[in-house]
Design a protein around this ligand. Structure first.
Ligand code: ZN
Ligand code: ZN
Length: 360
């Protein structure tokens, strides 16, 4: 198994970006992108990358860590503010055209750069898509994050019963994931029971689980900085005919997703194929979000699988989620989600917890 991230390849892609955007330097400030290109795992830092320089600007809390983690970068320590040092460095390097991450830089930061660097042209560039296709070491980390989440799910099932609070289930899930090696939760754990299961992003509350509830658990682990994302919906007691009908429709749609998510298809195409399936089953209007999203250093990243997706062609080794859901107010909801690896054939699920309706 290859455990080395392909930094040479990542930096080569950045060089291509510098040329394509015709800028002297890329100022990288989004934490996930700083990590991706440099290996540095701290925050409050920035990268300056040009044809002949690669600098990582950080502060005293992180200098030692940056030296250890970012061998391809010159480490610059700032003591009077990150943006002040960025200005100094850009002056020193004589940059006239600078690519910035317009999607994350604040108006105040942009104004400051413009004020301090008169005559320098700033151009918004998009770097997130460079992280879409994963190398083998990234896939290995995500597989591990998925394995941890799967194991925690199995561990937590016995405690899901009437009178247990949602937060207690969430706490147990997070405890097991941590014990199993997760660096941190991948995102705020969702445990939504009964009427709350119709809230697609219902973070766990002190609501007690009741007999007959659907309980939706959406959670993930982090390994080597990479995340997993899984949702399972279980029923406390025997499912009613209506509950089973909804569950079966969502499961059918989710399995259909595994068939249609394949290299060459667009993000819009795969979303609409699964949406169509739920519409035929009579639940299309209750599927209120996109089919899925990329997963990696961020929990939601490119490519998106939705009506608004900009991904024209999925590529092998992208990692996305397949997560249709049906949410009916005052009744409840079902979502089933796997983190999956895009291949030239069927998508390979990396989360492997059972998907048949579990009645506890
Ligand atoms: Zn999720
Ligand atoms: Zn998700």
């Amino acid at each position: 198994m290859n455990t080395e991230f392909d930094y040479a390849g990542r930096l080569a892609n950045l060089r291509d970006k510098l040329n394509a955007e015709e800028v002297d330097a890329l100022l990288i400030t989004k934490v996930a992108n700083v990590t991706y290109f440099s290996g540095f795992r701290g925050d409050s830092s920035a990268l300056l990358v040009g044809k002949n320089f690669r600098r990582l600007i950080t502060d005293g809390r992180y200098t030692e860590q940056a030296v250890a983690q970012s061998k391809n970068f010159t480490i610059v320590e700032q003591t009077d503010g990150l943006y002040k040092k960025i200005v100094e460095e850009l002056k020193l390097l004589g940059c006239r055209r600078v690519g910035i991450e317009g999607l994350v830089m604040t108006v105040a930061q942009h104004s400051y750069l413009q004020k301090e660097l008169v005559g320098v042209e700033f151009k918004s560039v998009e770097l997130d898509t460079l992280r879409q296709v994963k190398d083998s070491a990234e896939i290995a980390q995500i597989r591990e994050a998925c394995r941890i989440a799967d194991t925690a799910f199995e561990k937590v099932l016995p405690i899901i019963k009437p009178n247990v609070r949602e937060v207690d289930v969430a706490a147990e899930l997070e405890y097991y994931m941590r014990r199993l090696g997760s660096e941190k939760v991948a995102f705020t754990t969702i445990v939504a029971s009964g009427w709350r299961s119709s809230l697609p992003h219902g973070s766990a509350t002190d609501k007690k689980i009741c007999a007959g509830d659907f309980v939706t658990l959406d959670f993930g682990a982090t390994a080597g900085g990479y995340r997993s994302d899984i949702t399972r919906t279980v029923c406390v007691g025997k499912a009613s005919a209506e509950q089973r009908q909804i569950y079966d429709a969502v499961l059918d749609a989710q399995l259909h997703g595994l068939e249609v998510i394949t290299a060459g298809k667009s993000g819009v195409e795969v979303d609409s194929a699964v949406r169509e399936r739920l519409t035929i089953a009579g639940y299309g209007k209750f599927f209120v979000h996109g089919l899925g999203h990329g997963v990696g250093l961020e929990i939601h990243e490119e490519p998106r699988l939705s009506k608004l997706s900009k991904c024209e062609r999925l590529l092998p080794n992208m990692i996305v989620t397949d997560e249709p859901g049906v949410y009916i107010a005052n009744f409840g909801g079902v979502r089933i989600e796997d983190t999956v690896l895009v291949t030239s054939g069927k998508a390979e699920p990396l989360t492997l917890s059972p998907k048949n309706l579990i009645e506890l």
